[in-house]
Design a protein around this ligand. Structure first.
Ligand code: ZN
Ligand code: ZN
Length: 357
């Protein structure tokens, strides 16, 4: 499942150097053990996951032969000793995840060893994580399967009189019963005027007839996440609501039809954005078209106006255009796609035609 990952890091290291990985998601990616405050140390000759007493039993079971698992009562002391024993002169750390306080502690503990950010460990691991293998894709598809079933379930239970919070809770409870490990992120359920806030928080607002309700939610399986948004109408829709909905759908479908390997990510964003702008909603789509999903809910690359990365088969990225009209309403429709050898596979199966409940 994770074969070859340690070797890739090793081959990027200069002589007498080591990589110390402290980001939780990266540690999981490299070791196979999820959810710990562990650290992974990779040197020319060794790879080890350091964990404290709370995790040692589970870590040994999860890592198997992937790497050595070591119990520690003092991370930096033990890691410093190994660095010295192995004759390491520079240890590369993750600039995006190491606080100034942690870097200072490392410099104190790793006496005589250079603590450096010059080799970009974040990018090295990030580029590897961007392309998912078959096993990772199977987990993401399982998570999305739960998400699709949850939408089928909740559709029947969204009605005028219920609060946003009740609907969100109902949705989350269903996903947990279906096997989701918690939720992929904080569930969004916003209605009426609240739906113009892309990342609104479900509250005590009562859903009313004539509201749009936007649900943005996901499940997690084996440490991998899913992400989907659907917007439904309750009772009735105005012509304006219908126009906005169909514009968002058209923008999404145009992007989905165009995504293929070797595409510059920002071009996907432009396809959707042009449709929204040209329909008279310039400025109302204030976020990127999408982001990669995996161990973290927001990964690179993204379908943003600034992302120059080329898509590759195995990347899992969301396609989520939206139109948000302040003090009126908002609509977002989000699917997850896998870039394939000649196009993309949409792994979100829930209906997208405007549903009026
Ligand atoms: Zn989402
Ligand atoms: Zn998303």
């Amino acid at each position: 499942m994770i074969a070859g990952r340690i070797e890739k890091i090793k081959s990027a290291l200069p002589k007498k150097a080591a990589a110390l990985i402290t980001n939780e998601a990266d540690c999981f990616y490299l070791s196979g053990f999820n959810k710990s405050e562990g650290m992974v140390l990779i040197t020319e000759n060794s790879a080890a996951l350091y964990v404290d007493f709370r995790y040692i039993e589970a870590a040994k079971a999860a890592c198997g032969d992937n790497m050595e698992v070591l119990l520690t009562y003092s991370f930096l002391k033990d890691i410093g000793e190994r660095l010295k024993t192995e004759g390491v002169s520079t240890v590369f750390v993750q600039s995006e995840h190491v606080t100034l306080a942690l870097k200072k502690s490392m410099e104190d503990r790793f006496e005589g060893i250079n603590v450096s950010c010059e080799l970009d460990i974040d990018k090295l691991v990030g580029d590897m994580r961007a392309v998912k293998n078959e096993y990772e894709i199977s987990l993401i598809k399982s998570a999305q399967g739960i998400t699709d079933r949850a939408f089928t379930y909740i559709k029947e239970r969204i009605s005028a009189g219920r609060t946003e919070r009740e609907v969100a809770l109902d949705l989350e409870f269903f996903m947990r019963k279906e096997g989701s490990e918690g939720t992929a992120f904080d569930t969004i359920c916003v209605s009426g005027r609240n739906s113009s806030k892309p990342h609104g928080i479900p509250g005590d607002k009562v859903i009313e007839k004539g509201d749009f309700v936007t649900l943005d939610f996901g499940a997690a399986v084996g440490g991998y996440r899913s992400d989907m948004t659907r917007t439904v109408a309750v009772g009735s829709v105005t012509d304006k609501m219908r126009k906005v909905y169909n514009t968002v759908l058209e923008a999404q479908e145009a992007a989905l039809a165009a995504i293929k390997p070797g595409m510059v990510c920002k071009d996907a964003d432009k396809i959707a954005r042009d449709i929204i702008d040209n329909a008279g909603f310039k400025g109302a789509f204030g976020h990127s078209l999408g982001h990669s999903v995996g161990i973290d809910i927001h990964e690179d690359p993204s379908f943003s106006a600034r992302c120059e990365t080329l898509t590759k088969p195995g990347m899992v990225i969301t396609v989520e255009p939206g139109i948000y009209l302040q003090n009126e309403f908002g609509v977002r429709i989000e699917d997850m796609i896998i870039v394939t050898e000649n196009g993309c596979e949409d792994i979100t199966k829930s209906d997208k035609e405007l549903i009026v409940l």
